[in-house]
Ligand binder design. Structure first.
Ligand code: XIL
Length: 373
C-alpha cells in the first residue's frame, strides 16, 4: 500500500522539484523523497564526512539523504596512529564524528587499516618481524577501540597494481601487487592475508572488505578475484564456514566514458565468489581542467549538455545497482558537492558547489525518468 502511494506521488514530487531547481540550496531537495528512503529496499546510501561537514546545510543534507558514511580521511592510519613510534593514538576527531553519526542513526563504515598511502612511515620500517608486529598492533588497537560501534572495515586498500598489462598471468596475483607499498616491501605478498586474519581474530563480528579502484578493467578484476579466492579457499579449508574476505569495495571513481557492461561484469565476477559487492567511493567526473580533475574550486557550473550526460551515467549505474541489490549492501558517494570533492575540477557529485541538486541528483532519485527524458 505504502509503495503504491509512493509510486503515484513520485512523478508529482519530481515535476515540482525540477521546476524549482536552482533556488535555495538543499531546501529544494526536501521536496523529493530522501535518497535513503527511495533506496531502502535496495541498499544503504552513503557519503563521506570530514569534521567541517558536521554543521549547517551540509549536516542537513547528510542526515536527510544518507544512512551510512565513511570518514574521508579521519580513520586512515596517519590520522589515528601516532606520527612517531611509541606515541599516542589520536581518537578524538574520529570519535567525535562517530558520536555525531550515532546520534543521527547513520552507520559508519571503517576506512582503512592497511594501505600504502596516508600511513606513518615508522609502521613499515624495520625488520620484517617488527613491521609484522606493527601491523598486528595497529589492527588490534583500532578494532578494539571501535568494537561494537563499527561493523565493517576496509582492511586492505589498493594492494593490487593500478594497471595490469595484457598477457600477464592473471592468476599469479602475488606478482601483481604494488611493489611501492611499504607493507609489500617488508612482508611480501603475504601481508594481505595477514591483515585479514588479524582483523578477523581481533573482532569476528566485523565485515572485512578488500577495497580498490580500476576494477572495471577486467584484467585487474581477474587478478583481484584470484587473490581473494585463494585467501578465502585457504581459510575455508581450515574448517571455517565463512569467507575471510567477506566483501569487496568497488571505489567507482568513474568518468563519462564508463562502460556499464564492465561494471556489470565486475559485480558478477565478485558476487560469483560469494562476496558482497559494495560501491564504496562513487563519483562521476565530467571533465578535467588542465589535465586534472583533482583540486578545489567553487565554479562548478556545468554546461547543460554535460550535466545531462553525467545524469545519464548516474541513472544507468543506479539501475544496474538495483538489479544487483541482493549482492550490494551499500552505495557510498565520495563527496557531497562539486566544491568539496577531492575531484572538484571534474564536478563529479550530485550537488553543485552551492549545494543545489544537479541533474545527477534527480537521476539517482528516478533513473528511469532521466533515461526517458
Ligand atoms: C582521498 C581523499 O578524498 C582526499 O581528501 C585525500 O587527500 C586523499 O585520499 N581512494 C581511497 C580514498 O581509498 O581514501 C581516497 O580519498 C580516494 C581514493
Amino acid at each position: 500500500m505504502k509503495i503504491k502511494i509512493f509510486v503515484f506521488l513520485l512523478p508529482i514530487l519530481l515535476v515540482f522539484n525540477v521546476t524549482n531547481c536552482g533556488t535555495s540550496g538543499s531546501s529544494n531537495t526536501r521536496q523529493t523523497q530522501p535518497l535513503k528512503t527511495i533506496y531502502k529496499d535496495y541498499f544503504l546510501i552513503g557519503n563521506i564526512i570530514t569534521p567541517s561537514y558536521l554543521r549547517g546545510e551540509y549536516l542537513d543534507l547528510l542526515t536527510t539523504h544518507y544512512n551510512t558514511v565513511t570518514c574521508e580521511n579521519q580513520m586512515k592510519p596517519d590520522a589515528l596512529a601516532p606520527a612517531i613510534r611509541g606515541g599516542q593514538y589520536n581518537w578524538a576527531q574520529a570519535d567525535n564524528m562517530l558520536n555525531e553519526m550515532a546520534a543521527n542513526d547513520i552507520l559508519v563504515h571503517g576506512h582503512t587499516l592497511v594501505w600504502h598511502n596516508q600511513t606513518p612511515s615508522w609502521m613499515t620500517e624495520g625488520t620484517a618481524a617488527q613491521v609484522r608486529q606493527n601491523m598486528i598492533n595497529h589492527i588490534n588497537t583500532v578494532l578494539s577501540h571501535y568494537k561494537g560501534r563499527i561493523f565493517s572495515w576496509d582492511v586492505v586498500n589498493e594492494a593490487v597494481k593500478e594497471r595490469i598489462n595484457p598477457g600477464e598471468n592473471y592468476e599469479d596475483w602475488r606478482n601483481q601487487l604494488r611493489t611501492e607499498s611499504g607493507w609489500f616491501k617488508a612482508l611480501g605478498a603475504d601481508y594481505v592475508e595477514l591483515a585479514f586474519r588479524t582483523a578477523r581474530a581481533a573482532d569476528p563480528d566485523v565485515m572485512l572488505y578488500y577495497n580498490d579502484y580500476n576494477l572495471n578493467n577486467q584484467r585487474k578484476a581477474q587478478v583481484t578475484a584470484a587473490m581473494i579466492e585463494e585467501i578465502n579457499n585457504r581459510y575455508k579449508a581450515e574448517g571455517n564456514s565463512r569467507n575471510l574476505i567477506d566483501a569487496i569495495g568497488l571505489q567507482a571513481h568513474y568518468g563519462l566514458t564508463v562502460r556499464i557492461d564492465d561494471v556489470r561484469n565486475t559485480i558478477e565476477r565478485f558476487a560469483g565468489l560469494g562476496l558482497k559487492v559494495d560501491i564504496s567511493e562513487l563519483d562521476v567526473e565530467v571533465r578535467s581542467v588542465g589535465g586534472s580533475s583533482f583540486g578545489t574550486r567553487k565554479d562548478s557550473r556545468l554546461l547543460d549538455t554535460e550535466a545531462r550526460q553525467q545524469a545519464l551515467v548516474y541513472a544507468q549505474l543506479f539501475n544496474l545497482f538495483k538489479e544487483y541489490k541482493d549482492h550490494i549492501t551499500r552505495v557510498t558517494m565520495w563527496g557531497m558537492d562539486d566544491e568539496s570533492s577531492w575531484k572538484s575540477m571534474g564536478n563529479p557529485c550530485l550537488f553543485d558547489g552551492d549545494l543545489n541538486p544537479k541533474q545527477a541528483f534527480f537521476a539517482v532519485v528516478d533513473p528511469n525518468r532521466t533515461l526517458r527524458l
